[in-house]
Design a protein around this ligand. Structure first.
Ligand SMILES: N[C@@H](CCC(=O)N[C@@H](CS)C(=O)NCC(=O)O)C(=O)O
Length: 228
C-alpha cells in the first residue's frame, strides 16, 4: 500500500478533522494542500484527477479515490490499525458514532458553516456588508444544534458519541471552531459543551492547535465582529 495522498485546506472544517485524525493516529500521508481562496479546487485537473465535486477533503490511495470526510474517516479506521476508540468495533458503540455523523450534516455542519460564511466569507469575498437577517436565521439554527449537543449528545457521556474520544468528536469540534472565528461563543451557557471542548483540545494536544493555527490567526485578524 503506498502512502495516502491527502487533499485539504485547513480553513475547511471537514479537512481539519481528517488531517487531525491522520496526525493523531500517525497515519503517514502525502501532503496536498488545496487553496480554496485561490480556486485550486475548481481547476480541470483537480476536478478530473481528485474530486469531481470540487470540494475538500479528498484522498487517493493507490488510485483509489474517495471524497466525503465521513466516508474517508470510516475508510481510514478500517484500513489502518488505529485504536478502537476512534470507531469502535462494538456494533452499538459504532452505531452511536454513525448516528452523530449522520445527524451533524444538517445540524452542526450546515448551521455553523452557513453562519460563518454569512458573517465572514461572503462579505470578505464580495465586499458587501453582512446580511444580518440571513445571519440571524443561521444563528438560530446553529443555536438549536448547539443546544442539542449540550442537552442530548453530551447529556450522559463525556464525548459526543460515547464514553471515549471518537471520529465524531473531531468532526464536531472542527465545526464549532468556525463560528468561534467570528467571535461567537459556542460554549456560553453550555457547561457540558464547554468541558467537552476543553477535553477534546487537551486529548488532541498539540495536534489540535497545530491544525487550528489558521483559525486562530483569522480570529485574531477578524475577531471583534459584534454578536447579533
Ligand atoms: N460533505 C463534504 C463537504 C465538503 C465541503 O463542503 N468542503 C468545502 C470546504 S468546508 C469546500 O470544499 N468548498 C469549496 C466550494 O464550495 O467551492 C465533506 O464532509 O467532506
Amino acid at each position: 500500500m503506498s502512502k495516502l495522498k491527502l487533499y485539504y485546506d485547513l480553513m475547511s472544517q471537514p479537512s481539519r478533522a481528517v488531517v487531525m485524525f491522520c496526525k493523531l493516529t500517525k497515519i503517514p500521508f502525502e501532503d496536498h494542500p488545496v487553496a480554496l481562496r485561490k480556486g485550486e479546487h475548481r481547476t480541470d485537473k483537480y476536478l478530473s484527477e481528485v474530486n469531481p465535486f470540487g470540494l475538500v477533503p479528498a484522498i487517493n490511495q493507490d488510485g483509489f479515490k474517495l471524497t466525503e470526510s465521513v466516508a474517508i474517516l470510516r475508510y481510514l479506521c478500517r484500513q489502518y490499525p488505529v485504536a478502537d476508540h476512534w470507531y469502535p468495533a462494538d456494533p452499538q458503540r459504532q452505531a452511536r458514532v454513525d448516528e452523530y455523523m449522520a445527524w451533524q450534516h444538517n445540524n452542526t455542519r450546515l448551521q455553523c458553516a452557513m453562519y460563518f460564511q454569512t458573517k465572514f466569507l461572503i462579505p470578505m469575498m464580495s465586499g458587501q456588508p453582512v446580511d444580518e437577517r440571513r445571519a440571524a436565521r443561521f444563528q438560530a439554527g446553529m443555536e438549536r444544534a448547539l443546544d442539542h449537543l449540550e442537552a442530548v449528545w453530551l447529556r450522559d457521556s463525556p464525548y459526543v458519541a460515547g464514553p471515549q474520544l471518537s471520529v465524531a468528536d473531531l468532526l464536531a469540534v472542527c465545526e464549532l471552531e468556525q463560528p468561534i472565528m467570528v467571535n461567537y461563543d459556542v460554549a456560553a451557557g453550555r457547561p457540558r459543551l464547554a468541558a467537552w471542548m476543553e477535553r477534546v483540545r487537551s486529548d488532541c494536544h498539540p495536534v489540535y492547535a497545530e491544525v487550528h493555527q489558521v483559525c486562530y490567526k483569522t480570529r485574531a485578524k477578524f475577531g471583534g465582529v459584534p454578536k447579533l
